[in-house]
Design a protein. Sequence first.
Length: 150
Amino acid sequence: MSLRIEVSIATQRLQLWDGFQLVKEWPCSTSKFGIGFVEGSNKTPLGRFVVKEKHGTGHPSGTIFKARVPVGQWQGEKLIDDLVLTRILRLDGLEPHNANTFARYIYIHGTNDEPKVGQPASHGCVRLKNAEMIELYDLVPEGTEVWIGE
């Protein structure tokens, strides 16, 4: 299998491919601040990446992560915070313009704001609904290539 993840900012969709075959597609959310590469900008970077680390194996859906460590359980309450939930795929940039992605802590992760999945709403990361994040997480190993495009 030659799995890869493709994220379209224009359509707010994340696709999982195996070679030329589409395996699965989900709505996602990229940054509400747009596209960019500067640390602290809260913008989603473009280009080629790799899943460098996976965090969350075995934890229940809705687990809250801070610095990739489980710190609690989201109970569905409406929160202002942009929580990192359920699972984390931590990305590392493979091109000079996105080489700081790992240091920027850009992830694909679950969210406490599922109603906004499908529209730009994040602070730079790619968000999925929690059940869909578990599904993607279970399908892809570390080392999976990721492409984020306009």
